[in-house]
Design a protein around this ligand. Structure first.
Ligand code: AMP
Ligand code: GLY
Length: 408
C-alpha cells in the first residue's frame, strides 16, 4: 500500500517508521528529519490509506472530508473526536457507558465551580473542556492555585474559549497506564500497554507536559487487566458511541489509573499517544498498515496484533523553556551518533531546518527510543543515545522507566 500519515511530530515519525517496514509512506507536512515528508495537503496526496496523527485535524473533521471523497481513513470523524474535543462530553459518554471514572462536574459559572471544587477533597483537578495542546489539566494540592486556575480558565485568559467551560474532578491517585485500542466501529483490539511520564522533572516534579518519556511493557498491566479494560471500558464506550450514531474507526487512547478502589478511566484521546506510540509501535511484530486498513474498513475480524517479548523506553529531549515558552532555533548536535547506537531509533518531533542544519522548532524536539530484551537494557540504550545529543538548554528527565511500576 501507499500510506499517507498526517502530522509532523514524534508520533507521526514513529507511525511512518513502523508502517514503512511493509509499505510506501508519505508524511504531510512531516518535518525535515522525517523521510518521505511532503508539503502537499492530505486531500491531494495519492494514497490507499490515510492515517491521521494529531487530535486537532480530527476534531476539525479532516477524516469526514476525506471519507466524503471516498478515501480509506484511519481516524474518527468530528463526531467521535468530540471525546477529546470536549472533556465534559467525554465524561457524559463514560457515565452513559457505565465506565468507572473520577466523579466530576462541568461548569461555566465561577461560584458553582468553586463550591464544587471544595466538595472534591484536597487533591484539586481542574481541566479545560476544550483542546489546550495537552496543557489544560491542573492537578494540585494548593487550593489557591486551583482557585486561580478556575478564574483564569473561565475568563478565557488562560486558554481562550477552550477553558470557558471547565471540568472539575475528584482527585485520584495510583499508577497510570495508557492503552491504545484500535477500533473498527464495533470492536477493538488493544496494543501493548505503555506508561507515560507526564511531569517535566525527575520524581514527578514540575508542570504537566505532553509527556517526557514512556516505556512498554508495564508490569502493572497484566494481560488480564488489559482485557478487563477492553470489556469494562473500551467496548461499552464504542457501544455508547454507536447508540449516538457514531461509527468510531481509529485509536481510542484510554488513560487509566489503578486507584485503591479499582481501575478508573481518566481520559480518552482520539489518537495515538505521544510519546507512547514511540514505545508501543516499534514492538509490533505484525504489519501495522494491514491492521489500520482493516480497522478503517470497519472489519478487524478478530485480528490480534502480536508484540515482541522485549521492551522499549523512550526519552523526550525538550527545548529550553518547555512547556511554558519553548525556545526554538537552536542547532541540534549529535543526531548521527545517537542513531548509531544499537537498538536506538530517534524520532523527530519539533525539528526544523535552517541553512541545511537541523534546529529545534518546538517544545518536544526529539524522542529517543531504545529497545532491548528488557526495560533495563532498553533504558540504558535510550539514555546512552540521549548522552550524544545536545543543544543549549536541552531538558531531559533522568528517571524515565527507572522504577517501572509507578509514573505520573
Ligand atoms: P488528562 O489529560 O485528562 O489525562 O490529564 C493529564 C494527567 O493529569 C493525567 O495523566 C493524570 O496524571 C492527571 N490527572 C487527570 N485527571 C486526574 C484525576 N481525576 N485525579 C488525579 N490526577 C489526574
Ligand atoms: N502522552 C499523552 C498524550 O498523548 O496525550
Amino acid at each position: 500500500m501507499r500510506i499517507c500519515v498526517v502530522g509532523s511530530g514524534g508520533r507521526e515519525h514513529a507511525l511512518a517508521h513502523v508502517l514503512g517496514r511493509h509499505h510506501e509512506v508519505v508524511v504531510t507536512p512531516g518535518n525535515p528529519a522525517i523521510e518521505g515528508s511532503v508539503a502537499t495537503p492530505p486531500e491531494d496526496v495519492a494514497a490507499d490509506l490515510v492515517v491521521i496523527g494529531p487530535e486537532a485535524p480530527l476534531v476539525d473533521g479532516l477524516a469526514d472530508r476525506l471519507r466524503a471523497d471516498g478515501r480509506l481513513v484511519f481516524g474518527p470523524g468530528a463526531d467521535g473526536a468530540r471525546l477529546e474535543g470536549s472533556k465534559a462530553w467525554m465524561k457524559e459518554v463514560l457515565v452513559d457507558a457505565g465506565v468507572a471514572t473520577a466523579a466530576h462536574g462541568a461548569f461555566t459559572d465561577e461560584a458553582e465551580a468553586l463550591a464544587f471544587l471544595d466538595a472534591m477533597g484536597d487533591l484539586f483537578v481542574v481541566k479545560t473542556d476544550g483542546l489546550a495542546a495537552g496543557k489544560g489539566v491542573l492537578v494540585t494540592t494548593d487550593r489557591a492555585e486551583a482557585v486561580d486556575a478556575v478564574r483564569a480558565y473561565l475568563s478565557g485568559e488562560a486558554f481562550g474559549d477552550a477553558g470557558r467551560t471547565l471540568v472539575i474532578e475528584e482527585g485520584l491517585t495510583g499508577p497510570e497506564l495508557s492503552v491504545l485500542a484500535v477500533c473498527d466501529g464495533h470492536d477493538a483490539v488493544a496494543l501493548a500497554p505503555a506508561q507515560d511520564f507526564k511531569r517535566l522533572g525527575d520524581g514527578d516534579a514540575g508542570p504537566n507536559t505532553g509527556g517526557m518519556g514512556a516505556y512498554s511493557p508495564v508490569p502493572v498491566a497484566t494481560d488480564a487487566a488489559v482485557e478487563a479494560l477492553m470489556d469494562d471500558a473500551v467496548r461499552p464506550t464504542l457501544a455508547a458511541l454507536r447508540r449516538r450514531g457514531i461509527d468510531y474507526r481509529g485509536v481510542l487512547y484510554c488513560g487509566l489509573m489503578f486507584t485503591p478502589t479499582g481501575p478508573k478511566v481518566l481520559e480518552y484521546n482520539v489518537r495515538f499517544g505521544d510519546p507512547e506510540t514511540q514505545v508501543v509501535l516499534p514492538r509490533l511484530v505484525d504489519d501495522l498498515g494491514e491492521l489500520l486498513a482493516a480497522a478503517a474498513a470497519g472489519d478487524l475480524s478478530g485480528r490480534v496484533p502480536a508484540f515482541d517479548d522485549g521492551a522499549a523506553v523512550t526519552v523526550v529531549c525538550a527545548s529550553e523553556g518547555y512547556p511554558v515558552a519553548p525556545r526554538t532555533g537552536d542547532p541540534i548536535e549529535g543526531l548521527e551518533a545517537a542513531s548509531a547506537i544499537e537498538g536506538v531509533t530517534v524520532f523527530a518531533a519539533g525539528v526544523g531546518e535552517v541553512d541545511g542544519r537541523l534546529v529545534t522548532a518546538g517544545g518536544r524536539v526529539l524522542t529517543v527510543t531504545g529497545q532491548g530484551s528488557d526495560v533495563a537494557e532498553a533504558r540504558s540504550r535510550a539514555y546512552a543515545a540521549v548522552g550524544e545529543l545536545s543543544w543549549p538548554g536541552m531538558q531531559v528527565r533522568g528517571d524515565v522507566a527507572a522504577s517501572p511500576t509507578v509514573a505520573g
